[in-house]
Design a protein around this ligand. Structure first.
Ligand SMILES: [Zn+2]
Length: 235
């Protein structure tokens, strides 16, 4: 086998695992951050609902206050109309105002009832959200703990792999080939090399043209799969 290829295969043995562990070390904090974001979003939703209920309750209070005032005015007008001191024109004007007050009171009461129902409904939603948030928070703490343990394990594993990697020499590999190899590690999920087996690239399972097989058999150059670009090898 081409000695450069042999050296690359030797690096690939450990670089594959380094790639996996490094990917995990990238993924874990991202996952944690996503969960924190989701939790924050729930808190914001909860605060919004609390704010909405407060506004509704304030509006209901105002409506109650206004209807009390209107009823008092109605009572006064009823009294004025019944004492017999007012003339017909004044009584007609009282009656007109009383009809308006009754209509406005009734509308205000309907409006108030609708707001009460809406506020009650949101309060139910708040209770459910609070419970959900509590559960989420607990689950999150558990998750955070696991991520911490997984990260520590991955870091220890990475140190071990890097120590192993340090014992493997890249000497004799031309810089350009090493660059191609490193690029492929990134783009091909840690598998920069692929075995050529029975005319097939074992990396992407594409049938290879005969000239590729011949060039590889000659052993004088690095040959890449025309489909997935991986550096081909065979024994
Ligand atoms: Zn391929």
């Amino acid at each position: 086998m081409n000695p450069v290829l042999r050296s690359l295969l030797n690096l690939q043995e450990v670089d594959r695992d380094i790639f996996k562990v490094e990917s995990e070390l990238e993924r874990l904090p991202k996952e944690l951050a996503q969960r924190v974001e989701a939790l924050e979003l729930r808190k914001v939703q909860l605060d919004e609902k609390r704010g909405e209920v407060m506004e509704l309750r304030a509006a209901i209070k105002e409506i109650e206050h206004a209807t009390v005032g209107m009823r008092q005015r109605l009572k006064k007008l009823e009294h004025e109309s019944s004492t017999g001191t007012a003339d017909a024109a004044l009584i007609a004007s009282y009656q007109h105002e009383m009809r308006n007050i009754k209509r406005n009171t009734s509308q205000a009461e309907d409006d108030g009832l609708k707001r009460v129902a809406r506020a009650d409904q949101i309060e139910e939603e708040i209770v459910a959200l609070e419970k959900q948030l509590l559960d989420d928070h607990e689950a999150h703490q558990e998750f955070e703990k696991n991520v911490g343990a997984e990260t520590a394990a991955a870091q220890a594993k990475l140190a071990e792999l890097q120590a192993d990697r340090g014992t493997r020499s890249a000497e004799g590999i031309p810089p350009a080939s090493l660059e191609v190899y490193r690029g492929l590690l990134k783009t091909r999920d840690g598998e920069a090399l692929a075995e050529l087996g029975d005319g097939l690239c074992e990396g992407c399972f594409v049938n290879l043209p005969k000239n590729i097989v011949v060039r590889l058999a000659r052993g004088t150059e690095l040959v890449q799969c025309p489909s997935c670009d991986r550096i081909l090898y065979n024994y």
